[in-house]
Design a protein around this ligand. Structure first.
Ligand code: PMP
Ligand code: GLN
Length: 381
């Protein structure tokens, strides 16, 4: 008998796969895993076809196609007035998750501590552990999931190597403010602590709010890996393309890992995406588009028994069901699928301790008809 010692004991299949599978098995409306149920722009698909016909079918350069890196640099400068050098500070990745993995792998060694705010995207903690790092958790609480930075400071030790931020936030839809950023600057100035800033929902920010990228703050930018995903921007999560921005010194380490992790990523799609995002009108409307969906879904749920939590960004809406049931959120989600035909994500899945605040997450990146049908079912709960 083979004796295999798991590197990740206690880690099972990601909740996103579990819930999407259950949704299919029970023929439930799938508002669990975050992905659109509508088509991406046919213009974009044509651009991929053209790139294939034009011969972009062999390996792209290891850090990404120059055309795409240059276009990313232009987009970033236009949006945030910050310059990243395409040659040395931008790497195209196989989506945000790979970029997160690679950034962590390039920095974290055994015994290094990484501060994570939970609920958190479920790849962060297992990746840190796989690298021999230690996760220092700060648990955020509903309804606002705000951060008390004095409490964060208490987590610092001589081994603190990195802090992972995520704004707009999955799963809660909360966002960090400029005051948060200023508090963070005070905490890290004078230390060697690095930041991994997961900004995959940078464009999905609503009402009067402005995305607080770490790149807007030089004290943070110079110590940060910033993660972006074209899956969100282009309504094409299955393409698994994204990128990482970092100052040269950090990017050099990132690329040492990237080259042996994936080497380079899908070539024709890089050309197509570059051609597409060269025209800002192809993505300028995205916040308005999702804000309408958020508002529509919130209006639909207003006369249900679920209590809506705030949603300032991302394409997720969290609700409390504490006035409906005492069940654990995992059990409650199962009943929703089996008895009411709607799949959601129990928010305890985003806490390593499975902290249960009786909150579930819906993804509203769906056709209005899907949202309306789901709401009809949810009103029966
Ligand atoms: N970070 C967060 C917070 C996410 O929600 C996701 C989900 N898709 C990712 C990273 C990964 O993005 P990708 O699908 O491009 O790997
Ligand atoms: N980020 C997506 C979500 O939160 C899913 C990503 C994945 O399935 N790995 O639903």
């Amino acid at each position: 008998m083979l004796n295999i010692q798991s590197k990740l004991p206690g880690v099972s299949t990601t909740i996103f796969s579990v819930m999407s599978k259950l949704a299919a098995e029970h023929n439930a409306i799938n508002l669990s895993q975050g992905f659109p149920d509508y088509a991406c722009d046919p213009k974009l698909i044509n651009l991929v076809n053209e790139a294939m016909k034009d011969g972009f079918n062999q390996y792209a350069p290891m850090p990404g196609a120059n055309f795409l890196k240059e276009t990313i640099a232009e987009k970033v400068e236009k949006l945030y007035n910050v310059k990243y050098n395409p040659e040395t500070e931008i790497t195209v990745t196989a989506g945000g998750t790979q970029a997160i993995f690679t950034a962590l792998a390039s920095i974290i060694s055994a015994g290094d501590e990484v501060i994570i705010f939970e609920p958190a995207y479920d790849s962060y903690a297992p990746t840190v552990k796989l690298l021999g790092g230690l996760v220092k958790t700060y648990e955020l609480a509903p309804p606002n999931y705000g951060i008390d930075w004095d409490m964060v400071k208490k987590l610092f030790t001589a081994n603190t190597r990195m802090i992972i931020l995520n704004t707009p936030h999955n799963p809660t839809g909360s966002i960090l403010s400029s005051d948060d950023m200023k508090s963070l600057i005070k905490l890290v100035t004078g230390t060697d602590i690095l930041i991994l800033s997961d900004e995959v929902y940078e464009h999905l920010i609503y009402d009067e709010h402005k995305h607080q990228s770490v790149m807007l703050y030089p004290e943070l930018r110079l110590r940060s890996f910033i993660i972006a995903s074209f899956g969100k921007l282009l309504h094409a999560t299955g393409w698994k393309l994204g990128y990482c921005l970092a100052p040269e010194k950090l990017m050099k380490e990132f690329r040492k890992v990237h080259q042996f992790n994936v080497f380079s990523v899908n070539s024709p799609m890089q050309q197509a995406i570059a051609n597409y995002i060269k025209e800002p009108e192809n993505y300028n409307g995205i916040a308005g588009f999702f804000q309408q969906k958020r508002d529509y879904f919130r209006t639909l749920l207003a006369d249900s028994r679920f209590k809506l939590l705030p949603c300032n960004g991302s394409y997720f809406q969290c609700v409390s069901y504490s006035e409906i049931s005492d069940e654990k959120d995992t059990d409650f989600s199962m009943s929703l699928i089996k008895e009411f035909g709607v799949a959601t994500i129990p928010v305890s899945a985003f806490y390593q301790r499975a902290t249960d605040h009786k909150i579930i997450r819906f993804c509203f990146a769906k056709e209005n008809a899907t949202l309306a049908l789901a709401a009809e079912k949810l009103k029966n709960v």
